[in-house]
Structures are given as C-alpha cells and as structure tokens.
Design a protein around this ligand. Structure first.
Ligand SMILES: Nc1ncnc2c1ncn2[C@@H]1O[C@H](COP(=O)(O)OP(=O)(O)OP(=O)(O)O)[C@@H](O)[C@H]1O
Ligand SMILES: [Mg+2]
Length: 418
C-alpha cells in the first residue's frame, strides 16, 4: 500500500501540474482573446469617422441637417486652424471632410448665453430645411457644452464685401456680373419671404452676408437673425433690435413693428453699394458724395444720374442697367415699409420684366428740414462713429439706443418717429 502510495504520489503530482498548466494556458488564452477583442473594438472606433461620414453623405443627399460631434469638426478643420473670418456671433473656419467636401464651420461665441442659443436653434431649424440656389446650404451643426457650431457649404469666393471694397485684392466684378449678383441675392431673399414653407425674415442683409461660389453666383448667408413668423401674421414684433448699422431699416432702430420689408430696405442699401462699388458712407470723399444713397437721390431728382455714373466710373454700355438699379434702390429704401416693394417685385424690376415706378424722397423723414409735417422726432444717438466697425451685426436694445448713419450723426440730425 505504502509503495503504491509512495509510487502514486509523483503520478498525482504530475496530474496536478498538468491541470494547473492547462488552467494557466486557458487563462492566458482567454486574456489574449479579450485583449484582441478590445483591440478590434478600438480599430472599429478609429474607423467611426469615415464610417459615419458615409451616413453623413447620405443625409446630405437627402438634404437633412446633420449633427456632428466636436471631435469630427476638430478633425475636419485641422484643429480649427484655417480662419476664414469672424463676425458678431462667432468665428468661421475652413474644414474638409474625409470625402473631400469643403465646409465653413461657424463656431458660435460663448456657451451658455441664451441669445446665442436662440440664434443657434433658429438657424438650425430654418436653414436646415430651406434650400434654394441663391441660399447658402447648412449641412449641419454641433451642439455640445464645449462647442456650438454651424456647418455650411464652403463658398470658394468668400463674401461680396471683399470684392466690392478691396478691389485690388478681390476679383474685379464688371456690371454684368454685379447685376447678376444683385438679382441672385434678390431671388434668395424673395424665396425666404414668399416661397419657403415658413416665412423667414433675414434681418441682416449686407455685402458680408452675400457669399460667392466658384462661378461668382450669389448665395445669401446667415439666417441667424431670422425669426420665424407664420404666413397668417402680418408682422412680428422683436424683443430686441438687430441688424447692422447702415443697412438696418428705420423700424429696426425704433420700437415699431417689423415686417419682411426691413430686408427690402437693407437690400436697397446693398444695391447702392453694388452700384457705387464703395461703402455707402465714405468720409474721405467730398461732403455731397459722403453718403452715397443721398448723393444718388439728389442726382436722380435733378435728372443728373449720368454725373453719378461718371463719378462711379460706370461704362456707357452699363448705364441703362445701372440707372434701373439706382431707381430700384431708391424704391427699396423708402422710409415707410408699406411704400417699399415686396422682394418678388424687386426681382421682376431687376429682370426688366416690370417698369420701375418714380420714387419719392426716401430721406425726407430723416432730415427735419424736408420732413413730413405731423411727425414727432426722437434724437439719434450715434454711438459708433467709425464706419469700419459696421461690418458686423450687433444687438441694439430698443428704444434707448437709436442708430443712424455717421452723416446724420455728424449733422446731429433728428429721426422722425411715426
Ligand atoms: N460658407 C462660407 N464659405 C466661405 N466663407 C465664409 C462662409 N461663411 C462665412 N465665411 C467667411 O467668414 C467671414 C465671417 O463671417 P460671419 O458671418 O461670422 O461674419 P459677418 O458676416 O461679417 O457678420 P455677421 O455676424 O453679422 O454675419 C465672412 O465674411 C466670410 O468671408
Ligand atoms: Mg455673416
């Protein structure tokens, strides 16, 4: 028995050792497998962006706004390294997705400001569902505590102001092209006002918000100021004034009801800048020419538009179309919203399909000497005398701050209130 026991002991030991070794091998195998599986999962994670990009493209084709993560936008913009410009609400960076689609990513200022959030929500819900040849397409957005951004289609030729006011750097635009740009812009705004499912007022029409694609076709950008209003409502009242000084209609500075006609006014101011290929206000010029719209009105009134055109270096072949544009601009900047045409009529007038009516003085209410009787007046508070600060929209709280043009500020003129 003992012998067997003594002899059996090494056998038992060998079995135990074998069992332990097998168990160890099993444990090692399982650990290896787990680690491999984790590795595989990591590989899958790293492929997340290109994989979801396929879905993005699919969504893009179906014209649905896409939600991006901050990481995806960080990769697309190479860590937000290519700056395109900045405005009142954020900074714009160029980005390229893995499939080669170029985008402009507008990173919104601040994170918890309610005003910013409101604008963000308005832009996403309206632009994402609004498509027209003359509107900049919104591909999507990012909404994370660390990043709130809007992702737009990239416009290779940038904004119109660059080409109008920095002629040596930008493309020199001839009048045929400028007329086309004006018409495209008018069509984009007309679509917003009259054709898309929900009526959209832009509130910030200006050369900086007209972008140009590779063929220099105009696309209206930034529906950020848009407030939605139902078709059955004749006007909406804003809780705070908005717009860019120099382009904003009088009703935006005053506590008056706001209608889509405020965009018509801004479009008129834009049209003057297109005609003059200069900013409407230029204090370096002689007094009579400093404020281009007034100069244009005076020349129109005296039947001396040719003189204005000579001053703007307009070629004889373009005179007819430019004369038409001046008359349309004068109609658009009428003081009273109800006397301005709707945008679809502006489109037809620019196309030459409709005659442009004779215009009355758009500035009579702005200058008390020639103002209409019976109006009461409020004093203009000119709080931003430097026209170079005009490029961006800013919130104007009403009615304490009333914006005017520098010329009005210079002459300390008063503003008529209806
Ligand atoms: N989709 C785009 N494609 C190419 N460039 C763009 C695009 N969007 C904006 N940019 C560039 O970024 C600049 C800044 O745009 P942003 O909208 O922030 O400012 P803004 O238009 O000057 O002022 P606001 O805040 O009143 O709109 C533009 O002038 C333009 O040059
Ligand atoms: Mg803009």
């Amino acid at each position: 028995m003992t012998t067997i026991d003594i002899a059996g002991t090494p056998i038992n030991l060998a079995v135990i050792i074998i069992v332990v070794v097998v168990k160890i091998l099993i444990i090692v195998y399982v650990c290896n497998r787990r680690s491999k599986m984790q590795k595989d999962r990591y590989v899958e994670d790293s492929r997340f962006i290109p994989l979801t990009m396929v879905k993005f493209l699919d969504d893009m084709e179906r014209e649905r706004p896409i939600r991006f993560t901050s990481e995806q936008l960080r990769i697309a913009t190479e860590n937000f390294s290519i700056l395109l410009g900045s405005g009142g609400f954020g900074t714009v960076y160029k980005g390229i997705f893995s499939n080669g689609t170029a985008v402009a990513v507008k990173v919104l200022n601040g994170t918890s400001d309610k005003r910013i959030e409101e604008q963000f929500m308005a832009e996403v819900s309206t632009m994402g569902r609004t498509h027209h040849f003359n509107l900049v397409r919104l591909y999507g957005f990012c909404f994370e505590p660390s990043l709130r951004a809007l992702v737009y289609e990239f416009m290779i030729n940038g904004s119109l102001d660059y080409h109008l006011f920095k002629a040596k750097k930008g493309v020199i635009l001839g009048f045929e092209k400028l007329h086309e740009i004006a018409l495209g812009t008018a069509r984009g705004i007309a679509y917003l006002h009259e054709e898309c499912p929900q009526r959209i007022v832009h509130y910030d029409i200006k050369p900086g918000n007209i972008l140009l694609d590779s063929k220099l076709c105009a696309k209206v950008a930034d529906f950020g100021l848009a407030k939605l209003c139902n078709r059955d409502k004749t006007y909406i009242t804003m809780t705070g004034g908005r717009g860019t000084p120099g382009y904003a209609a009088p009703e935006l500075w005053l506590a008056l009801p706001v209608t889509p006609k405020c965009d018509v006014y801004s479009f008129g101011m834009l049209l003057f800048e297109i005609i003059g290929r200069r900013r409407n206000m230029d204090v370096t010029l002689g007094e009579s020419q400093q404020w281009f719209p007034m100069w244009a009105w005076e020349k129109y009134q005296k039947n001396e538009l040719k003189e204005l055109m000579r001053g703007c270096a307009i070629e004889a072949k373009d005179e007819q179309v430019v004369e038409r544009m001046v008359k349309i601009a004068l109609c658009c900047v009428q003081y009273r919203p109800e006397t301005r045409p709707v945008m679809s009529i502006v489109v037809k007038m620019l196309e030459g399909a409709l005659e442009v009516p004779e215009s009355s003085n758009p500035f009579s209410n702005l200058f008390p000497g020639v103002g209409e009787t019976g109006d009461s007046f409020v004093r203009i508070v000119w709080n931003n005398a430097n026209p170079s600060n005009w490029s961006s929209s800013e919130l104007v709280s009403k009615p304490q701050v009333v914006m005017g043009t520098p010329l009005m500020g210079k002459y300390d003129v008063t503003m008529a209130r209806e």
